[in-house]
Design a protein around this ligand. Structure first.
Ligand code: AMP
Ligand code: ZN
Length: 471
């Protein structure tokens, strides 16, 4: 069965054909670590992890690379805004690198709590400065870079395909509309590859370079690290939709200018999580973290379930009502699983065959551009189907859990409800024991029926022991 993915590059749902049968290469833009990831960021990472799992389900090995932006002060595209690392360091009275490590740890604590696998390679920008310098040198040698007022810029006029991903021309993509114009640029869409002069005073993280002491522009880290770990061509590149018009255009320009050929085959972008008042944003503050949700009484997996109820290419609106609904649905699912675990017998050969076809149908929803809402509703159809045995339903739900990572395997089997032994029941149990000792099976059966009428089942155990079951 083929996997289909919506490709921002072709604006089409394309059949996925990897560059190599052996391994799929996937690069995802990672977190900026001057603050906690908000739950909107986490929605993007949830779907990236699901994409990797779905490709594994389809039989591929996946090499998943994610960067950590710990240079940090530049999360926009020019020498603008504020030094966010420095502000966070002052706020929390820590060094800039302590801040970066603290928020990186928090990020992985959150992704682990959501059941996301750690990417195959996690690479920090600060540990790859030489790779970035080499990259910028190569662009300079090929004539794509120029120096202006101490900074090195990428010359977008030299890259005619600039804007190919978003379908905008260079004029539309100028950044000056959002921020003050950088007068050192030749073209408004040009961007910085290396800074030596900055309006930030006392820049803390700085490195020596052929252009002087300074620090890299934001975009270059993804081009340099993806090439280092995944080679010159990549199957899939992911990120949130906000990255399409600038960050990913700039990544394409740098990488393809250096490499001399197309770089990424499938661009997969996740839509935004919004709250009722609009977009959730890291720099605006007031955003929700996973810890805030836990404080409000939700489990991380409730948030994951909420995310999976919408398709990754639709924006989702966060609300506590929606979270309550997700929590209730998850708890209901967990109850079913506990019940199945208490009652599952080994699967019959016929059920094994049926299980395979249930799995295939479920997988097909994911293979069709990660249609999680349909996959979940298919799962519920199976879970609630009383004609199927507990064992079959359990085996199917464990398959679902293996892909979606909903912690269902950790749910304990439901304990049988305790039976209250009334004097009447005690007397019947005694008569039953006597009848069985006298091998009077007809009488024993008669008493069993009387007990059943009182809602009590009896299971005989070795050594004349019995187990009472609430019917
Ligand atoms: P950042 O740490 O700001 O670079 O963002 C990390 C990832 O989250 C990127 O892929 C962004 O595109 C994505 N992202 C940012 N805001 C949201 C949002 N509100 N909903 C979903 N994804 C987002
Ligand atoms: Zn990136």
């Amino acid at each position: 069965m083929s996997v289909y993915l919506y490709n921002t590059k072709t604006r089409n749902k394309d059949e996925f054909k990897p560059l190599s049968d052996k391994q799929v290469t996937m690069y995802c833009c990672g977190p900026t670590v001057y603050n906690y990831a908000h739950i909107g960021n986490l929605r993007t990472y949830i779907f990236e992890d699901l994409l990797a799992n779905t490709l594994r389900l389809a039989g591929y090995k996946v090499k998943h690379v994610m960067n950590v932006t710990d240079v940090g002060h530049l999360t926009s595209d020019g020498d603008e805004g504020e030094d966010k690392m420095k502000i966070a360091a002052e706020r929390e009275q820590k060094s800039v690198l302590e801040i970066a490590r603290m928020y990186e740890d928090a990020f992985f604590r959150h992704t682990t709590a959501l059941g996301l696998k750690r990417p195959t390679i996690v690479c920090r920008a600060t540990e790859h400065i030489n790779d970035m310098i080499e990259f910028v040198k190569a662009l300079e040698e090929k004539g794509f870079a120029y120096i202006s007022n101490g900074n090195v810029y990428f010359d977008t006029a030299k890259f005619p395909r600039y804007g190919c991903l978003s379908g905008q021309n260079r004029e539309d993509l100028k950044h000056g509309a959002r921020t003050e114009q950088d007068m050192n640029k030749r073209n408004p869409s040009d961007f910085v590859l290396w800074f030596t002069s900055s309006k930030f005073e006392n820049q803390i993280l700085q490195w020596d370079s052929p252009w002087g002491r300074g620090y890299p522009g934001w975009h270059i880290e993804c081009s340099a690290m993806s090439t280092k770990y995944l080679g010159e061509r990549i199957d899939i590149h992911c990120g949130g939709i906000d990255h399409i018009p600038v960050h990913h255009e700039n990544e394409i320009a740098q990488s393809e200018a250096r490499l001399g050929h197309e770089w990424v085959n499938y661009w997969v972008h996740m839509e935004f999580l919004n709250n009722k008042s609009g977009k959730m944003s890291k720099s605006k503050g007031g955003f929700l973290t996973l810890d805030t949700l836990v404080e409000k009484g939700y489990l991380p997996v409730h948030y994951k379930y909420f995310c999976l109820t919408s398709h990754y290419r639709s924006s989702a609106i966060f609300s506590e009502d929606a979270m309550d609904a997700a929590k209730k649905a998850y708890e209901n699912l967990a109850d079913y699983v506990a019940e199945f675990k208490a009652n599952a017998e080994p699967l019959t050969a016929l059920e094994q065959t049926e299980l395979e076809s249930l799995k295939t149908e479920f997988n097909n929803y994911l293979f069709d551009d990660l249609k999680t809402p349909l996959a979940l509703s298919y799962m519920w159809g199976v879970v609630k189907d009383n004609k199927k045995s507990a064992a079959l339903r359990l085996a199917f739900v464990m398959h679902v859990d293996g892909v979606l990572g909903l912690f269902l395997k950790d749910i304990a089997a439901k304990k049988p409800a305790a039976v209250e032994v009334t004097p009447e029941i005690a007397a019947l149990l005694e008569q039953r024991a006597e009848a069985r000792a006298a091998k009077d099976w007809a009488k024993s059966d008669e008493i069993r029926d009387k007990l059943a009428a009182l809602g009590v089942g009896v299971k005989d155990l070795p050594n004349k022991q019995i187990e009472l079951i609430k019917l």
